[in-house]
Design a protein around this ligand. Structure first.
Ligand SMILES: [Zn+2]
Length: 107
């Protein structure tokens, strides 16, 4: 099941999910698959990866947003990474993948 993620709701906030060529360039320059800006309420996910990587990165950045809004940033980053891996594995087992509408391509 492919699930499109135009944005997500986290507490009272809407986080946009951006995955486009410009994000790919900026993330690539910083050697990142994704990032999450709480100030801009924006998640960016590199699109020049596999769908599997997209799903894992999206989950990671979504947890970053949840950690900020719901957990007062109490989750350490390594924990966020490991929870995201666990959720990505669970989604893979259930046949769930995420994608962004505007992604130019997946490898
Ligand atoms: Zn992170």
């Amino acid at each position: 099941m492919l699930i499109k993620v135009p944005g997500i709701e986290v507490g009272p906030f809407h986080y946009s999910v951006i995955s486009d060529a410009e994000s790919d360039r900026e993330l690539g320059d910083r050697q990142l698959y994704g990032d999450c800006s709480h100030m801009l309420r924006r998640i960016r996910v590199a699109s020049d990866t596999s769908r599997e990587q997209f799903t894992c990165t999206f989950l990671h950045e979504a947890i970053e947003a949840i950690n900020n809004v719901w957990c007062n940033d109490k989750m350490e980053h390594a924990l966020i990474t490991n929870v995201a891996y666990g959720l990505a594995q669970m989604c893979r087992g259930l046949g769930i993948e995420f994608y962004a509408d505007q992604s130019p391509h997946y490898l």
